[in-house]
Design a protein around this ligand. Structure first.
Ligand code: F6P
Length: 541
């Protein structure tokens, strides 16, 4: 770790001075002065093209940001991650999601074990199981093949599987039905199962710890649902499999560990969609497509590991977000996929980015004294345009946006795709260049309406463009954002791989739950607000 605190680094101070000089400059001027900017400020890797020219930066900004990366020892820390060092300092763990997609012939020895060999052993078991289920060889308790697959999990054990299923639905086996249950709200389980029959339904209980309240509650309800319909506990063996790092708890729950797919404590929950947590994805798209997705992840990993900083997509995008958050005071970042299949991608990114970098102390426990993760959010285009884009264009906040588009639709229909993509390019244009008062007046606008129609512009975007959404490209995109998070976390000097902030709420809910359930009036000793709410709730239930 660099010894100089972030804000005392020479590159940080240079960026502060530079920001004072250029923050008032408009993208209109930057483009007028430098017509080659649109072509030059671009980078490409693994079939993904990034246009970052519509950012409020000059060549000098980029050089200074790269200096900051170097002074923050980004490359060294990246190499430590790829080497299996315990860079998750507060949990003293390695951070090795990159090992989940290393090819079979690679080798990475950590604590005396070749983790790549272990990864492929599990992948092979998953593939065998997926082939059995997909071909109908795996039979339910009454001898029927499986038609419905319900993943039970939450957080990283849900968001990745749901996002990937939706993203790759085009490649999925359409005669298998996929459902995802995450919320402890019983409506989630009830709606997911209301039209299913237990004799043709397989539950995947996905939980790294196998100790998460929501998942265990849903898994118990699922077991009761199966046993009630099929009349015997013996049915559990054919209708439940588990994905976890905790074999003991899986066995305690009653799932045969022969039907368990493992992973390791060096895979963070939000970095686990390409581990066995992706079993539902593999069941949907098949082992071959799953392998293509892993290859896409690995291509982006290799790009991140080897490309020079100035050409490195995750480095460029990560540093740009630092530039906006720490120098422009940006509070949120939008990610808008112009691809309906990526409708859950923003939700997935919310856990990845905010659970990772929503931290207020550095590795050594000092309060940071600067902003860390912005709020990530988004919706697929063009829907958002008819909803919140007004604020992006004319609101008082600066919100950088990533726009993601593809050259080809997976469901071509008339002019739809050209119209969709025209909107990607038009939004980036409108956000950057806006509309001046002169332009508005020249259109014959009445004086009193002119101020309402002026669009300031100077609002930054990144445009990401690929040929089409494939399993490989999904892997590329997810790995891109994983590494963006890594770049940000390294600059901010925080542990992007722990999540202590979620614990207190879990503990308090554990204390309150018995007070809600008890038949006797409980003795309450919380604060007066919590006590009153508990009494009100008890009166309502
Ligand atoms: O509560 C947060 C969290 O620990 C996430 O980090 C994780 O993805 C999720 O809960 C689910 O955890 P598990 O897979 O252990 O059930």
């Amino acid at each position: 770790m660099p010894t100089t605190p972030l804000r005392d680094r020479a590159s940080w101070k240079a960026l502060e001075r530079h920001h004072a000089e250029i923050s008032g400059r408009h993208l209109r001027e930057l483009f007028a002065e430098d017509p080659g900017r649109g072509e030059r400020m671009s980078a490409e890797a693994a079939g993904l093209y990034l246009d970052y020219s519509k950012n409020r930066v000059t060549g000098e900004t980029l050089n200074l940001l790269n200096d900051l990366a170097r002074e923050s020892e980004l490359e060294q820390r990246r190499d430590l991650m790829f080497g299996g060092e315990r860079i998750n300092t507060s949990e003293k763990r390695s951070v090795l999601h990159v090992a989940l997609r290393m090819p079979r012939d690679a080798e990475l020895v950590v604590d005396g074990a070749d983790v790549v060999a272990e990864v492929h052993e599990v992948l092979d078991r998953m593939a065998e199981f997926a082939r059995h289920v997909r071909s109908g060889q795996w039979k339910g308790h009454t001898g029927k093949p499986i038609r419905n697959i319900v993943n039970i999990g939450i957080g990283g054990s849900d968001l990745g599987p749901v996002m990937a299923y939706e993203a790759l639905r085009h490649y999925s086996k359409r005669d298998l039905n996929f459902r995802f249950v995450s919320n402890v709200d019983s409506t989630d389980f009830a709606e997911a199962t209301h039209d299913l029959f237990a004799d043709e339904t397989l539950f995947i209980v996905s939980s790294k710890t196998f100790g998460t309240l929501e998942t265990l509650t849903n898994a118990h309800s699922a077991r009761e649902w199966v046993v009630a319909q099929l009349g015997t506990d013996e049915a559990v063996a054919r209708h439940f499999v588990a994905v976890s790092t905790n074999a003991e708890r899986v066995a305690e729950f009653g799932i045969d560990t022969a039907n368990m797919f493992g992973f390791w404590d060096w895979v963070g929950g939000r970095y686990s969609m390409d581990s066995a947590i992706g079993l539902s994805t593999m069941l949907a798209i098949g082992p071959e497509h799953f392998g293509e997705m892993l290859a896409g992840f690995h291509e982006m990993d290799e790009h991140f590991r080897t490309a020079p900083l100035a050409e490195n997509l995750p480095v460029i995008m990560g540093l740009l977000s630092v530039w906006y958050v720490n120098f422009f005071g940006v509070q949120s970042v939008g990610v808008m996929p112009y691809e309906q299949y990526l409708k859950r991608f923003p939700a997935y990114l919310q856990q990845l980015t905010m659970e990772s970098n929503g931290k207020h102390v550095t590795h050594d426990g000092a309060v940071v004294g600067y902003d860390t993760a912005p709020v990530y959010w988004g919706e697929p285009g063009t829907n958002g345009q008819h909803s919140f884009y007004q604020l992006l264009h004319q609101g008082t906040r600066l919100i950088p946006v990533d726009l993601i588009g593809f050259g080809k639709s997976l469901n071509p229909l008339g002019d739809h795709h050209d119209l969709l993509m025209a909107n990607v390019f038009a939004q980036a244009q409108a956000l950057a260049f806006g509309k001046t008062e002169e332009e508005v007046r020249a259109e014959g606008t009445a004086d009193d309406v002119v101020p309402h129609r002026v669009m300031e512009g100077n609002r930054p975007t990144n445009v990401l463009l690929a040929e089409r959404l494939t399993p490989q490209m999904l892997g590329v995109l997810v790995a891109l954002y994983e590494h963006i998070v890594f770049v940000q976390g390294t600059i901010w000097g925080i542990d992007s791989f722990d999540q202590w902030g979620v614990e207190l709420g879990k503990v308090l809910a554990g204390q309150i739950a018995p007070e809600l359930m008890s038949d006797e009036e409980p003795e309450l000793a919380h604060d007066s607000s919590t006590d009153t709410l508990i009494r009100r709730y008890r009166g309502l239930k």
